[in-house]
Design a protein around this ligand. Structure first.
Ligand SMILES: [Fe+2]
Length: 150
């Protein structure tokens, strides 16, 4: 993958990760203790995702930059309507977003791996944990919805 394409893709993912951070950063506003505790950790995980991407971009000699600075980043980039009214809708929306995140990482990582170059191999290994954690968050959200508490 050419430098320009690679950096552009990484900045796109970085922008999405900032959107993810926005989902969890107000964890303390939730009245449900389980959600407060879980979203607090999810927030920390999203910060780790952002840091990893910024590290990769910087190590490629580029500057991390968001492709969209404000507004409904996730809605616009994922082409979905975000229904956040009420805890159930919110959990469903977040679950959908984490599922998309996992799918996006899977696609990107497979693409990098197919190139078979050392640099691309290294980046795919480095970002595989972000992919896994998107899956784990998706599964937690699905499990929480199964409980029918909300
Ligand atoms: Fe993330």
């Amino acid at each position: 993958m050419g430098d320009k394409t690679l950096i552009k893709e990484l900045n796109k993912i970085l922008t999405l990760e900032h959107g993810h951070l926005g989902m969890y950063k107000d964890y303390s506003d939730f009245k449900e203790k389980e959600i407060r505790r879980t979203f607090r950790r999810f927030m920390e995980i999203e910060i780790e995702h952002i840091n990893k991407l910024q590290n990769v971009i910087r190590n490629l000699g580029a500057k991390p930059s968001l492709i969209m600075e404000t507004g409904d980043i996730l809605g616009k980039m994922l082409g979905i309507t975000l229904n956040l009214r009420g805890t159930k809708n919110l959990l469903e929306t977040y679950s959908k977003i984490e599922k998309k995140s996992h799918q996006g990482y899977t696609r990107f990582i497979n693409q990098l791996e197919q190139e078979g170059k050392n640099r691309e191999q290294f980046i795919s290994e480095f970002l595989a944990s972000n992919m896994l954690e998107a899956k784990l968050m998706h599964l937690w959200l699905e499990d929480e919805l199964q409980k029918n508490r909300y």
